[in-house]
Design a protein around this ligand. Structure first.
Ligand code: PRT
Ligand code: ZN
Length: 298
């Protein structure tokens, strides 16, 4: 980790373009980080804190952390797990799960192929871009199946006759359906994560990392949260609390000249729908207001 020792600024690797690119930059902006873009657009200098950004391909992120070029990175768990499985070590670990870009690494077979038990995979050629993860999973299941390593377009391998089944990322399942494939077994649940070395840097960067992870926790916690404000009869508070989705520490205050009505305010974990509001109004609430929550420091 020699490259890390002569750096004072924390460096974060994020995907340059792709599914995690906008999400990563948005997350860091919500954490109060602002960056100045360099002309080559690969390195962004942090203007608000001593934290810089490196824009790269997602597959390079674990290695950049391992080499000490970056301290942390935002990457899919699938990429990190494949890297660790290939090296059979746990040097780079998941520091935080970010509850976004959810998908799963699954085995899929042609619709017409019967595959009810894992043992039926024996002898099938399975195409994947995740050979280490798939290899480890097959070994765990006691299945002997040749792995066909492909870097992309895995879903067309069965139609081309280069494989009998595939192991690829699935989110909606539309790609599998479009290719007449059926999802059978799940190898890994994935989402975007913060990856980093097992032990934080022992200098000022370690403190910055601690601060940043705290802010990330605050952002992730409230991403789906809403602040709900409403008026209700003093005796209806319990009834209203029961209707709110996961209300956290509701606050009740008297309403000036409100004839026994009180104002109730609560941060709710999870979406607050029109249905919730209509139910609350039927239960006697008025002046209903739902506001997004940007940050929370408990
Ligand atoms: O260029 P670079 O190497 O940086 O990017 P990339 O092309 O390797 O990755 P990218 O941008 O496609 O995905 C980045 C990360 O997003 C992945 O590593 C996953 O952690 C996460 N993610 C979430 C997904 C999906 N959902 C997803 N659906 N990554 C890929 N897919 C693909 C999948 O491979 C398949 O082709 O989408 C298709 C399936 O989607 P459905 O909705 O049809 O099931
Ligand atoms: Zn990639």
């Amino acid at each position: 980790m020699s490259a890390a020792t002569d750096r004072e600024r924390l460096r974060i690797a994020v995907q340059k373009s792709g599914r995690l690119a906008e999400f990563s930059q948005d997350l860091l902006a919500r954490c109060g980080l602002g960056f100045r873009r360099s002309r080559d657009k690969l390195f962004c200098f942090g203007e608000s804190l001593a934290v810089d950004l490196l824009l790269v391909r997602d597959d390079d992120i674990p290695c950049l952390i391992e080499q000490g070029v970056c301290d942390i990175g935002i990457v899919g768990r699938n990429v990190l797990a494949e890297y660790s499985a290939a090296r059979q070590d746990g040097g780079i670990v998941e520091l935080r799960a970010l509850d976004s870009a959810h998908c799963r690494l699954s085995i899929a077979v042609p619709q017409e192929l019967s595959c009810a038990t894992v043992q039926e995979l024996n002898g099938l050629r399975i195409a994947t871009s995740y050979p280490a993860l798939l290899g480890a999973w097959l070994a765990e299941q006691g299945v002997a199946a040749p792995i066909v390593e492909l870097s992309g377009s895995v879903e067309i391998a069965p139609r081309l006759g280069t494989a009998d089944a595939i192991c690829d990322l699935v989110s909606s399942g539309a790609t599998l359906a479009a290719n007449q494939l059926r999802e059978t077994f799940k190898v890994l649940d994935s989402e975007a994560v913060v990856a980093g070395a097992q032990s934080p840097p022992a200098d000022a960067r370690g403190e910055l990392l601690h601060l940043l992870l705290g802010r990330i926790d605050g952002v992730v916690r409230v991403r789906e949260s809403k602040l709900v404000m409403l008026h209700i009869d003093r005796f209806g508070v319990d009834r209203i609390n029961a209707l709110l989705p996961n209300p956290q520490l509701p606050t009740v205050t008297p309403v000036e000249g409100g004839n026994g009505r009180v104002a109730l305010q609560a941060v709710c974990d999870g979406p607050v729908t029109w249905q919730h509001l209509e139910d609350l109004r039927r239960a006697g609430a008025s002046q209903l207001l739902v506001l997004p929550v940007e940050k929370l420091l408990a």
